[in-house]
Design a protein around this ligand. Structure first.
Ligand code: GLN
Length: 297
């Protein structure tokens, strides 16, 4: 492939993404062009010619984006709460609405002298690593089942030199995490899409791992499991084989929710003696459930 004018590549990329009905075509074309050129937007705007290898890289990226691959996977990184996370095939892309949950966790953790926090279904680690960074006196445990996602989690934890974190690979539905001490905050953005809806999702979302999205028949499997096994109150067995992580009285569980799931999930935690409330997102959806374990339980 030959060298080409940057302006011509820009025009071509935008046109192709618009034709492919990419919502954010103009911005995404520029992000991909900068990525292919290895430069900032300002540098790209001042550049006249793209060398043949950059031209080839950009052409491939635009064609893949037009075919439906998420721009975040093509860039290999994405921002969340002011930090840049490594992302790619096999791990859920951090979403802006999840920042609500991270922000609330940071607020609560900042009030506790040495908080212990667990991030279940950690994926990239966007929630747990953000808390670890914002609240340096915290100890954050991050749990992820998928080996592909776990590799991203390790990469991101190493990148932020997060020394106040422990990464665990395992399934929160079946595994007992004996090593985790009693927690002050449990966070999770679990898979919550009903299985029957997976094939109806936007084409970009269908590129993300089903394991990170599929919440079972009604989308609520993980909330049920968290309510059953991560709410404390169980007697610890002497052999410690079947211990569940106890949470301290007065502690908080923060869960991201899918649309319309608040009532059902709130009921599960009320039944366990928690006080529950909701945080709404910008679209007015009840996006985060906050469940507080009463002091006397
Ligand atoms: N905690 C990660 C996120 O919110 C991953 C969640 C998941 O894989 N379901 O992006």
């Amino acid at each position: 492939m030959s060298a080409k004018s940057v302006a011509a590549l820009r025009r071509w990329g935008k046109e192709l993404l618009c034709k492919a009905e990419v919502e954010n075509a103009v911005a995404e074309c520029d992000w991909l062009l900068c990525h292919a050129l290895g430069c900032t937007t300002t540098e790209m705007l001042l550049m006249e010619t793209a060398a043949s290898d950059s031209n080839a890289r950009f052409t491939e990226l635009i064609n893949r984006r037009a075919a439906g691959e998420p721009v975040q996977y093509l860039l290999g990184k994405w921002d969340f709460y002011g930090l840049t996370f490594d992302v790619g095939e096999g791990v859920l892309i951090p979403r802006p609405e999840t920042e609500l949950l991270a922000q609330r966790a940071v607020e609560i953790a900042s009030e506790i002298p040495t908080p212990v926090i667990v991030d279940l279904c950690a994926g990239t680690g966007c929630i747990g690593l953000t808390i670890a960074r914002q609240v340096p006196q915290s100890q954050v445990w991050l749990v992820e089942k998928s080996s592909e996602a776990f590799a991203y989690l390790q990469q991101n934890a190493a990148r932020f030199a997060a020394t106040n974190t422990t990464l665990l690979q395992g399934d929160i539905l079946t595994h007992d995490f004996c090593g985790i001490p009693p927690c002050d905050i449990i966070c999770a953005n679990p898979p919550y899409i009903p299985a029957s809806k997976l094939l109806t999702l936007q084409r970009e979302v269908r590129c993300e791992p089903a394991m990170a999205l599929n919440g079972g028949a009604d989308g609520l499997d993980f909330y049920r499991a968290i309510a059953a096994s991560w709410t404390g109150g169980q007697r610890l067995r002497a052999d410690t084989q079947r211990n569940r992580t106890p949470i301290k009285p007065g502690s908080t569980i923060l869960l991201e929710l899918g649309d319309g799931q608040y009532e059902a999930v709130a009921h599960m935690f009320k039944e366990k003696g928690f006080e529950v409330s909701a945080i709404s997102d910008n679209a007015g959806h009840l996006r985060v459930l906050e469940a507080r374990k009463k002091e006397n339980t």
